[in-house]
Design a protein around this ligand. Structure first.
Ligand SMILES: [Zn+2]
Length: 470
């Protein structure tokens, strides 16, 4: 009985503590009590809204893959313009971005001996073709790119280099960076060691048999050799066979083509600010995708959820500052849209008060972090407090990296934010034929929209603007 009384008392204490927190927020230097009520309403609306789902369903169904330089890419640009206009954005426009155009035609592979069988393979972006009949050679395995780099000159002479490195699975995707090195420049290092072809274990955490594609590069003065990746299941099989000690011969047949410079478009839309229109919040994702799947997670979700968040953020009226949504072109091939954006908008970059890109799938946002001038941290903490009920942690390190397309913005010290999504399963599907709409959970997508809507409303309407690190 006494215990029960104590727990009731504690409950009352907790309620009054919560009440004090709310009171403190209501007295925030940055927002009026009315604004704080509106933020709560926007959050609730977002958690019941299907705007983002309808957008990503439409994009992945009616457009499909959006590989730069293809008819799908063009259709996506037209799709985005139409949707932005239908959603009532005040301004919608495009800005060109050039990129090195490359197309995949066909790809197949097989183990020829000692145990003939097919392998599931994909060309890495930018790869040259093999001869029409394929490239047949013995395989030499390395555990890591570093092991290949440290091997003797001509260690791979006349062979196909295979790198068996497996990326690790983690919520924050930290396994991607170390694994992607082998994708990016494995073919160059292999060629330097005398190899005639290059194949790697996919940058993947999956158990399925899809191969993961992704960007790769050649280096001037180094012979170009075919660059490819096999599924995790095929990688395991190849590794087991090599471990038996007999020479393993494979045949790779990849037909692809580099076609010089291509042109795509960044699609940009704004809700114009009423008091400080030149100052703007920048959110968005990338409109392009790889050609194998329909780019639902990468990055149809980011496109849809930031478009939806901008719309919800103005549901109580036009913002104080401008809200700009940027759908970047040709990200997968090397951030070409983002680089073009920075070049074309250099003069107005200092007017960005907050920037965040969503490009890590569609799982729930679990953490919020800033990268701003210290004087803006009280405002950041106000935003974090509003995200708490969405089960989002505040990471107070103030060193956020806000999405791949914001990399070219970094040198301009704009305030960047990360609304970190749970990436535990992201690399099961990333850059595969299996990146399709069914991988998106509509309820988790809504939580993303709520987080971005809160972020967008608060950064666009705060009394003072957020400043970047100096
Ligand atoms: Zn992406």
């Amino acid at each position: 009985m006494i215990n029960r009384f104590i727990s009731v008392l504690t409950g009352v204490l907790l309620i009054s503590l919560n009440f004090n927190v709310t009171t403190a927020q209501a007295q925030s230097d940055n927002f009026s009590a009315e604004q704080l009520t509106q933020i709560e309403q926007i959050k609730k609306q977002a958690l019941e809204s299907d705007i983002a789902w309808n957008l990503v369903e439409s994009l992945t169904t009616e457009v499909g893959p959006r590989f730069p330089g293809t008819p799908g890419d063009k259709a996506a640009v037209a799709w985005a313009i139409t949707k932005f206009k239908a959603m009532g954005f005040d301004k919608v426009w495009t800005e060109p971005a050039s990129f090195p155009k490359w197309l995949r035609y066909s790809e197949s592979a097989a183990i020829v001996s000692p145990a003939p069988q097919p392998m599931h393979i994909t060309a890495l972006g930018n790869s040259i073709s093999t001869p029409k009949e394929g490239l047949k050679a013995q395989v030499i395995e390395f555990e890591t790119l570093a092991e290949l780099e440290d091997s003797a000159d001509n260690s791979a002479k006349g062979k196909i280099v295979y790198i068996n490195y497996r990326m690790n699975r983690d919520r924050d995707g930290n396994g991607y960076g170390p694994a992607v090195e082998a994708r990016s420049r494995g073919a160059v290092v292999a060629a330097q060691k005398g190899a005639v072809g290059y194949v790697m274990r996919s940058v993947s955490t999956a158990h399925h048999r899809f191969a993961h594609t992704g960007g790769s590069h050649y280096k001037e003065g180094v012979t170009k050799i075919v660059s490819s990746a096999i599924s995790n299941a095929d990688a395991d099989q190849l590794h087991r066979l090599i471990a038996l000690g007999k020479p393993v011969v494979i045949n790779i047949n990849i037909q692809a083509e580099s076609m010089g410079e291509g042109i795509s478009q960044n699609v940009i839309a704004e809700f114009t600010g009423q008091e400080n229109p030149e100052e703007h919040v920048l959110i968005g994702g990338h409109l392009d995708s790889w050609d194998l799947g329909t780019g639902a997670l990468d990055d149809g979700a980011g496109v849809a959820l930031t478009m939806a968040a901008a719309k919800l953020a103005i549901s109580h009226g036009k913002p104080k500052r401008t809200i700009r949504v940027v759908l970047f072109a040709a990200e997968e091939f090397g951030l070409w849209g983002a680089k073009a954006y920075v070049k074309a908008n250099k003069k107005s970059l200092s007017n960005i008060v907050a920037a965040a890109e969503s490009d890590f799938g569609a799982d729930r946002v679990w953490a919020f972090e800033s990268n701003v001038h210290s004087s803006s941290l009280p405002l950041v903490r106000d935003i974090a407090a509003m995200m708490k009920s969405l089960d989002i942690e505040y990471i107070g390190k103030n060193s956020a990296r806000g999405g791949p397309d914001l990399i070219p913005f970094r040198e301009f010290k704009i305030p960047q934010f990360q609304l970190a999504q749970d990436g535990t399963d992201y690399f099961n599907y990333h850059h595969t034929a299996d990146d399709t709409l069914d991988k998106i959970d509509p309820i988790k997508l809504r939580q993303n929209v709520a987080a971005y809507a809160v972020f967008t409303y608060m950064t666009a309407n705060a009394k003072t603007r957020i400043r970047g690190k100096k």
